[in-house]
Design a protein around this ligand. Structure first.
Ligand SMILES: N[C@@H](CCC(=O)N[C@@H](CS)C(=O)NCC(=O)O)C(=O)O
Length: 230
């Protein structure tokens, strides 16, 4: 059994999508980041940067519980564990790994900052909004070009698509018009039609209060707690 430390956010959704795609058994451990659960010592022992998602695999290859944080590492681990959604041969494997890394290193951070400065910053900072919106649009253009040549980011459907899809799903946060990126739109609709993707994104969806954080949530997500030394 795999324990999934989770909250229904774009980074969170990636892992239940993969768990649903592969049919691995899992147990959801909600980490309510709006209430500061991510700072609990037990969770920090698994995820030292106080972020979901994380997993503990109680059926790892060496028989000891294996804890992993960072969505890219978790997706890669689950792909290796199951032999699914990431080929073993060098060339197609690195197609997957480069687009997975593109998601975790570029799409996630840039879209995240774009959403932050558009929707959550206490003051409107035009320079920051302009910079991160332009970065976001540029990354959409990169994906659109790629998806004009291939069906899925790495050619075949893979963990790279599972990592990227939830961030395109919340494009309203970034004020993106998907019609301007027809290949991304085609890909998005194809991925969205997968039952496992729908189940993964539906997990605890009623708890998702994105867009309207109260005082307690603001403090947990953007306040001093974030920057305390632990
Ligand atoms: N690079 C990390 C990013 C994870 C991340 O940013 N998680 C957010 C939710 S989308 C989180 O846990 N935020 C809570 C916090 O920072 O306190 C990954 O890909 O797993």
């Amino acid at each position: 059994m795999i324990d999934l430390y989770y909250w229904p956010t774009p980074n969170g959704h990636k892992i239940p999508i993969m768990l649903e795609e592969t049919g691995l058994a899992y147990n959801v451990v909600p980490v309510n980041m709006l209430k500061g659960d991510q700072f609990a010592p037990d969770f920090l022992a698994i995820s030292p940067n106080n972020k979901i998602p994380a997993i503990v695999d109680h059926d790892s290859a060496d028989g000891r519980p294996l804890a992993i944080f960072e969505s890219g590492a978790i997706l890669q681990y689950l792909a290796e564990k199951t032999g699914q959604f990431m080929p073993k041969e060098t060339r197609p494997r690195y197609e997957v790994l480069q687009w997975l890394t593109f998601q975790v290193a570029a799409v996630g951070p840039m879209f995240g900052q774009c959403g932050h400065f558009l929707g959550y910053a206490p003051e409107r900072i035009p320079y920051a909004i302009d910079r991160y919106q332009k970065e976001t649009l540029k990354l959409y253009a990169v994906m659109d070009k790629r998806l004009g040549d291939v069906d899925y980011l790495a050619g075949e459907y893979s963990i790279a698509d599972m990592a990227t899809f939830p961030w395109v799903k919340v494009r309203w946060l970034h004020e993106i018009e998907i019609d301007e990126f027809p290949n991304v739109k085609r890909w998005y609709e194809q991925v969205a039609a997968r039952p496992a993707v729908q189940r993964g994104c539906a997990l605890l969806e009623d708890e998702m209060k994105i867009g309207d954080p109260d005082e307690e949530a603001r403090d947990a997500l953007f306040g001093n707690q974030q920057h305390e030394k632990r």
